[in-house]
Design a protein around this ligand. Structure first.
Ligand code: DGL
Length: 273
């Protein structure tokens, strides 16, 4: 019998997955959340599939050991590389990635199946988004582009201004070519929601932009509802706990940006994997 009071475990390569945590918190405010950011080994987005899978299994094992009722892989690169390995390793634990929910939302938002995906180099090279979209809509035309520099800009807190716009313009220009304009653009990386304003500036005010964080939070709610594993509202507002594999002060500082509120350093525990 599932203990509904257990926290939802969430992991990412660093602080980017806090955009997913924020959406889960908004949707399910009474749930406890246990977040692990593997900042010591960030970025995952430029590493091989084997390495990302090994890191993901280690991060997930730590959360499972602390006891969780559901695991969210709040990292597009890790979801793309390791979701199936994680599901196979813990067959009784629901494991939700961010790629599948993002792909579903993209197909719903794209009547003509012309979908652009921006993500890390590794996530695009592995083709997970492309495959997930084509499983839902076999006629879709998916145009993927690695935009790894966006990760560094978001980490640095550079969210607007001429440098960010120049980078965005260079990455997104191919989608503006005649005949290449997509019906929707998927933000296939945890860091990209922070850059939605400059991205929208280049793509146009009316561009449809899908944020995989929002879609994943909805998937978490649906899964827990289906399992009858939601924490009852009578338990009061849930709490979030934070674990990091490197400097808690930096995690708290950059994490506050992604979380959209102050994250005190005392709330962040240093662990090793
Ligand atoms: N969290 C990663 C993702 O969503 C971005 C950061 C990284 O490369 O580790 O793909």
């Amino acid at each position: 019998m599932m203990d509904t009071n257990l926290p939802i475990g969430i992991f990412d390569s660093g602080v980017g997955g806090l955009t997913v945590l924020r959406e889960i918190e908004r949707r399910l405010p009474w749930e406890d959340l246990l977040y692990l950011g593997d900042t010591a080994r960030l970025p995952y987005g430029t590493k091989s599939r084997e390495t990302v899978t090994r890191y993901s299994l280690q991060a997930a094992a730590h959360l499972v050991e602390r006891k969780i009722k559901l695991l969210v892989v709040a990292c597009n690169t890790a979801s793309a590389a390791a979701l199936e390995d994680l599901q196979a390793r813990w067959p009784d634990l629901p494991v939700i990635g961010v790629v599948e929910p993002g792909a579903k939302a993209a197909c719903a938002a794209s009547p003509n199946g012309r979908i652009a995906v921006i993500a890390t180099e590794s996530a695009i090279a592995g083709g997970a988004y492309q495959r997930a979209i084509e499983r839902i809509n076999p006629w879709a035309r998916v145009n993927g582009r690695g935009c790894s520099l966006f990760v560094a800009l978001a980490e640095e807190g550079w969210l607007d201004g001429p440098v960010v716009e120049a980078v965005a313009c260079r990455y997104l220009a191919p989608f503006l070519e005649p005949g290449e304009r997509p019906d929707c653009l998927v933000l296939g990386c945890t860091h990209f929601p922070l850059l939605v304003a400059p991205i929208r500036k280049i793509m146009g005010a009316d561009a449809k932009i899908v944020d995989s964080a929002e879609c994943a939070a909805l998937d978490v709610e649906n899964t827990l509802t289906g399992m009858r594993a939601l924490r009852p509202g009578t338990g009061g507002k849930g709490q979030a706990f934070f674990l990091t594999t490197d400097d808690p002060a930096r995690f708290a500082r950059t994490g506050s940006l992604f979380l959209g509120r102050n994250l005190p350093e005392e709330r962040v525990e240093l662990i090793s994997l």
